[in-house]
Design a protein around this ligand. Sequence first.
Ligand SMILES: CC/C=C/CC(=O)SCCNC(=O)CCNC(=O)[C@H](O)C(C)(C)COP(=O)(O)OP(=O)(O)OC[C@H]1O[C@@H](n2cnc3c(N)ncnc32)[C@H](O)[C@@H]1OP(=O)(O)O
Length: 719
Amino acid sequence: MVDCFQTLHTHFNCLIYFSPVVTQALERDVNQANSDPTVKAVVICGANGKFSAGADIRNFANIGQSKFSSLESVVSLIEKSDKPMVAAIEDLAFGGGLEIALGCHYRIANMKARVGLPEVTIGLLPGAGGTQRLPRLIGVPAAIDIITTGRHVPATEALKLGILDEVVEENPIEAAINLAQRVTGQPLGPRRLCLKEVPKLPNMEAFLDEARLKVKKRANGQLSPQMCFEAVRASVYLPFAEGIQKEKQLFMYLLSSGQSKALQYAFFAQRAMEKWVLPNGASWGTADPQPVKKAAVIGLGTMGRGIVASLLKAKIPVVALEQDKKQLEVGKAAVMALLEREALKMHQNGQKPKKPIVPHFTLDFGALKDVDLVIEAVFEEIALKKEIFHKLSVICKPEALLGTNTSYLDIDEIASVTDRPHKVIGIHFFSPAHIMKLVEIIYGQQTSPSAIATAMSLAKSMGKIGVVVGNCFGFVGNRMLTHYYDQAYFLIEDGSTPEEVDKVLQEFGFKMGPLRVGDLAGLDVGWRIRKGKGQTGDALPPGTPPRHRDGMRYSPIPDMLCEMGRYGEKTGKGWYLYDKPGGKIAQPDPWLHGFLSDFRRTHNITARTISQDEILERCLYSLANEGFRILSDGIASCPEAIDTIYINGYAWPRHTGGPMFYTSQVGLPKVLAKLQEYAEANPDIPSLQPSPFLQKLVALGSPPLKEWASHVRSQNSKL
Ligand SMILES: CC/C=C/CC(=O)SCCNC(=O)CCNC(=O)[C@H](O)C(C)(C)COP(=O)(O)OP(=O)(O)OC[C@H]1O[C@@H](n2cnc3c(N)ncnc32)[C@H](O)[C@@H]1OP(=O)(O)O
């Protein structure tokens, strides 16, 4: 209550997400305030210290058009009110939450608030007038940036842009009441965004043409950024009311698209990973994480450096250990350069870089005696890893957790040489480790629930997504990836070019196809693994047929490229030719095409024209087929785990939901039939044989994806 006039605090959200019921309550309260002569102004705030994260998206796909329209009409009701409406934004205003604030005549936020329109990230656009009001408020370039990226805008930036009128240190509600008092009686017309003109640009047409191309390129096949752009563009050319109609039309188009369904699925799949449960029932409820006050990283190669930076980001002091002086110097310089780049990036983003904790660089294993956690990141050689883990169990304090960043090797074998197998765990980062969000957390037979809880909580504190998986060669991600790559190699042997294969996968939505990614990562990485498995190199028994291993088809081409020193980008040639060693400009390589022709001639392969459908289906279905085996083996607890791994660790296009969601949308019977067809044509490629679990699901009538895990459980039940 405020002196001579009453201010109504409309708490429009008891949780931070609003539902149709909250929208109705807000409409009722605003109507009531409008008709009550004792109310002079209205402050709208959230409950529980938060303004709003926007609409509750849990049941979006099932909500009809009328529900979406009702939010837009409430925003309009607020805007048209003759009494000053002030949004008091505490902590966050996203999506429909910000749209309500944009309907208000004034907006105030606290310093730590963030605002944004993240609908684009769940395959939608701001559908309550946001695409028409924001450009009128802050101009077209800034509105396109915010709406097409969905980024969270810090309060200070929002103030500079003009989204906010005021930013206060503490309680924005009090400040909003003060503001409401000050502005009562002032004309509201200039504050109504629906009445404003979109600020003009001298070169609007040219600007929009260029922006459309940029948005399309960045979208990589995702529709929502492009539709967001079109909606903002409409604000330039159409009167407000027509712009709203256009926004509605584009919103409904996106809502009914498979992409928004996939993106909303991916949103919840990722969050479900935090609630890990082991087959034996262990979970957060039964396990406490250990505190990690100090950590160590062994090996300062590319992965080790990124892991050091990630730990420092979580404010954990790090001991960084290398095996010799030269490696230590090189590693140290690289880590320091990386930290500097990160600080510069923060500075450029308007964030205040914090004073970095400098790691303790050392050659001395003794420096590890008081750390709570070690992450080993040396070469993928089991003998070397076992030697290190044996040493660690002597040096480290008994309660220290021993983690390995292995991407393939057996956690149990590594644990077996230690005095504490229950404290040995796989913590598999993805390259570049300081950027990629995914961490596979691998439990061995004896890993304790507390070790898992510690690794999961560490992942969260580093800003990463931990996914708990079981132990097998390659775990989830790399085990599936092998089949994807095998198909790419076989298709090339049979007549495709690397460019054709890459183009098909790029058009599907990957930023790069498999061959280009191989060149980027270094072809020698896979070569070393295949040598370790005895598939190539000195350990290969004489007389082994060149194109088969253990009776299964094998492509020797990647090994042959490595034997010729073609490791990819770093050597200037691999599947492609580069402008220089370390260069980024990839060109088709006439030499490679000649080499492939010679190879086919030598091995009596008649090159055939391979359709784009065959390329796509063989690469993707064989990968997902392994996903069904992984589910049935219990290595991943649910399809959501596989999809979260693929989206966040392997750049699988998010708008297709991940490999398992994608196959569920294609239709399991179709995927099964195609695999059967390709398996018949290629009897020496067992990975094309449909997995028994996929066959079972089809026999069960293709149940929805969220039920798959229960069918694994019933399949494995001993009852
Ligand atoms: C009706 C007309 C249309 C309106 C358009 C919209 O408003 S669309 C919605 C736009 N808003 C968003 O997209 C925001 C999505 N949420 C987030 O970005 C983040 O959750 C957050 C708000 C930044 C908070 O992040 P934080 O890391 O703190 O928490 P979590 O992400 O882990 O979320 C906590 C739990 O809340 C669930 N959840 C989050 N957002 C929503 C949502 N919009 N609807 C429903 N549920 C949501 C999330 O799943 C977590 O749930 P758990 O059960 O605890 O796992």
